[in-house]
Ligand binder design. Structure first.
Ligand code: F6R
Length: 366
C-alpha cells in the first residue's frame, strides 16, 4: 500500500505530480481558456460580490489560506483575512451577511474548524469548503465547495493535500478574477498555462533528490532552523518550518525575510541553518540582500533557487533547485524540496516520519 516506498510520507510526496493533475483534471482547460468548478460556477455572484473573504483553517491548511490571501487580493481585488479556526471561533468575530468564509481542511473533521464554521453559518455567512475527505463533516456543512482530489493522505504530516489545496485555491482566484474582470486576458491565459505545467515541473524536482539527502545529512544535528521567504514564498517558509518541526523535532521558525531584522537576526551565528525560499520573482533583488545579511553574520544558507540562477547559488552554502515558473505558481514547486528536506532529516535521525510523536492525523478535539 506504500507503493514500494519506505514510508507513506515519501509516497505521498511522490504522488504529487499525479494528485495535482487529478485536482486539475476536468477543471483546467488552457486551450479553451476555461476553468470549470461547479461549486464556484453555481455561486459565482456570491463570490464576485463578496465584500470580504475569510479563510478559516489550522496548521498546514492555514498556510494554504495565507497563500489564497495573496492570490485573491492580487488577482481579484477582494479583501481577504486568514484566521486560525481556534481563535476565530472564540473571539466574537465580526461576520456580516454576504461575507464568504472559505474553510480549508484536509480531513474535513478538524474540531476547531468545524465549530468555527457552524458559528459563522448561524450568523449568515456563506461557507465554501476546500476539503480533501469526501463526505466529511466540513464538506457536509459547507454551502458549496471544491474537493482537492488528492486521494487518501496517511502520513500525519500533510504534503499532497497541501498542494491540492493550493491548486484549488489558485483556480478559484483565477476564476473569480476573470469573472470580475480584474485580470487581463493575456495574464489569465498565461497563468492557466503555467498552472497546467505544474505537475510536470513537480516531476522534474522529484527525479533526483540525492542533493537534498546530502543536505539533510549535513544539517541533521542542528538544533534550530530559520525559514525565510517574501511574497508568495513567505507562506512556503512557514510551511517548511512546520514540516521540519513535525518530522525531525528540530525547532524551526518561518518568517517574512525582511522581518528578520526586527528580531530573529539576533539568533544568527555560524551554526544556524537559514533556509531561504528565493525563487526568481519580483522580490528577487530584495531577497539577495537578505541572503547577504545572513552570510555577513556567518549563518549557513540553504536556498531554494530557480534553475539557471547563478547569484543565489553563488552565495548560498547549499542549494535545492526548482524549475522556472511564474511567481504566482512558485509555491506549488518551492514547497516540494522543503517537504523532502524534512523527510530526509527525519530519516537521518531515525525517526518515525509517518507517525511523529504527539501528533494525530485529524484533530477532533479542541
Ligand atoms: C501539518 C498537519 C496539520 C494539519 C491541521 C489541519 O502537517 O497535518 O497542521 O494541517 O491539523 O488539519 P485539516 O487540514 O485536516 O483540517
Amino acid at each position: 500500500e506504500k507503493g514500494g516506498y519506505d514510508h507513506f510520507m515519501l509516497k505521498e510526496i511522490y504522488d504529487q505530480p499525479q494528485s495535482i493533475l487529478d485536482c486539475l483534471r476536468g477543471r483546467l482547460n488552457p486551450a479553451a481558456g476555461t476553468i470549470t468548478m461547479n461549486g464556484v460556477d453555481n455561486h459565482l455572484n456570491a463570490l464576485i460580490n463578496a465584500q470580504r473573504i475569510v479563510m478559516v483553517a489550522c496548521g498546514t491548511s492555514w498556510h494554504a489560506g495565507l497563500l489564497a490571501e495573496y492570490w485573491i487580493e492580487d488577482l481579484c481585488r477582494i479583501p481577504v483575512e486568514v484566521e486560525y479556526a481556534s481563535e476565530f471561533r472564540y473571539r466574537n468575530p465580526v461576520i456580516n451577511r454576504g461575507d464568504v468564509i472559505v474553510a480549508i481542511s484536509q480531513s474535513g473533521e478538524t474540531a476547531d474548524t468545524l465549530v468555527a464554521l457552524e458559528n459563522a453559518k448561524e450568523k449568515g455567512a456563506f461557507i465554501f469548503g476546500v476539503v480533501n475527505a469526501v463526505g466529511s463533516s466540513i464538506a457536509r456543512l459547507s454551502n458549496a465547495g471544491a474537493y482537492t482530489h488528492a486521494g487518501p493522505e496517511i502520513g500525519v504530516a500533510s504534503t499532497k493535500a497541501f498542494t491540492g489545496q493550493l491548486a484549488v485555491l489558485v483556480m478559484m482566484a483565477l476564476k473569480i478574477a476573470y469573472a470580475k474582470g480584474t485580470i487581463d486576458e493575456k495574464k489569465y491565459q498565461h497563468l492557466l498555462t503555467e498552472l497546467h505545467d505544474v505537475p510536470e515541473k513537480v516531476s522534474q524536482i522529484l527525479k533526483d533528490t540525492s542533493n537534498i539527502q546530502a543536505i539533510a545529512e549535513k544539517y541533521k544535528d542542528a538544533t534550530d532552523f530559520l525559514y525565510l521567504g517574501r511574497g508568495y514564498n513567505f507562506p512556503v517558509a512557514l510551511e517548511g518550518a512546520l514540516k521540519l518541526k513535525e518530522i525531525s523535532y528540530i525547532h524551526a521558525e518561518g518568517y517574512p525575510a525582511a522581518e528578520m531584522k526586527h528580531g530573529p537576526i539576533a539568533l544568527v551565528d555560524d551554526k544556524l541553518p537559514v533556509v531561504f525560499v528565493a525563487t526568481k520573482d519580483k522580490y528577487y533583488e530584495k531577497i539577495v540582500s537578505n541572503v547577504q545579511e545572513i552570510k555577513a553574520r556567518k549563518g549557513k544558507v540553504i536556498a531554494v533557487a530557480t534553475e539557471g540562477d547563478e547569484i543565489i547559488p553563488g552565495m548560498a552554502d547549499d542549494v535545492m533547485f526548482v524549475p522556472d515558473a511564474d511567481e504566482t505558481m512558485a509555491p506549488l514547486l518551492s514547497v516540494i524540496p522543503l517537504q523532502l528536506l524534512s523527510y530526509y532529516i527525519g530519516i537521518a535521525k531515525g525517526l518515525d516520519v509517518d507517525k511523529p510523536r504527539n501528533l494525530a492525523k485529524s484533530v477532533t478535539v479542541e
